[in-house]
Design a protein around this ligand. Structure first.
Ligand SMILES: [Zn+2]
Ligand SMILES: [Zn+2]
Length: 239
């Protein structure tokens, strides 16, 4: 049984996400420490530092987005001015009115402020309070996995084709020694890193677009639904 903040983590989404963050970070650090060790040169230090910053920030913003939460309306909420009630929707589940831009999340069982969507990977909603940290998590995950993709691909190449390297025999050849299963594991992690760059990169694009438009995912969906209904009725829609 999980209690408190652990309740958020004890779910397939955060557990898989943390597993991906850990395996990409671990494999990349192991490969990088052989291929371009940070103690060897300034370039090695910079590459290591750059990846380490992305990895730490990814984990930090992931935990912040998950544990801070989106901000919820108190149960039974009513506006200060009773006359405003006519502008608001009523939430039967929370026995209260929905503030503007708030929506009820069935998974979280509460009305969420400026709700964007319920994200299974953080096992929480994305909304008013955690939209910033969620977007920074996506940004750092894409940056970190893009670096991991390049580093892992180069290291796997060197681990397989050690003797073909141009510096072979010169004393400057890279020392990437990976066993058979380590190469297979690194290939699997490389696939994960590429998947994160593509899938999370797309999600990041939609989040940045939502921020620039100041329109949440749910509001986009409501507008699309409205446009579809108007189209079905044969009325022209303004862009
Ligand atoms: Zn509600
Ligand atoms: Zn939710």
């Amino acid at each position: 049984m999980c209690f408190g903040p652990l309740k958020r983590v004890c779910h397939w989404g955060p557990l898989i996400a943390l597993g991906i963050i850990k395996s990409v970070t671990f494999s990349t650090v192991v490969c990088l420490s052989q291929w371009w060790p940070p103690q060897g040169s300034v370039g090695g230090k910079l590459v290591f530092l750059s990846f380490a910053v992305s990895a730490v920030l990814t984990l930090f913003f992931f935990l912040q987005a998950m544990l801070t939460g989106p901000g919820a309306l108190p149960r039974g909420w009513r506006p200060d001015k009773e006359s405003d009630v006519k502008f608001l929707q009523y939430c039967a589940a929370c026995q209260g009115y929905k503030a503007p831009r708030a929506h009820h999340c069935r998974k979280c069982g509460q009305c969420v402020l400026k709700m964007d969507h319920h994200c299974p990977w953080i096992n929480n909603c994305v909304g008013h309070r955690n939209h910033g940290s969620f977007t920074l998590f996506l940004l750092n995950a894409v940056l970190g996995c893009a670096q991991a993709t390049v580093i892992l691909a180069i290291c796997i190449y060197h681990a397989i084709h050690r003797t073909w390297y141009v510096y072979y025999g010169s004393g400057r050849e890279p020392r990437v020694y990976l066993g058979q299963w380590a190469i297979v594991a690194c290939m699997f992690v490389l696939g994960l890193a590429i998947g994160v760059v593509l899938a999370v990169g797309m999600l990041l694009f939609f989040q940045v677009r939502a921020i620039l438009r100041n329109r949440t995912g749910i509001e986009d969906w409501i507008l699309e639904k409205k446009a579809t209904r108007i189209n079905i009725l044969g009325v022209s829609v303004n862009p």
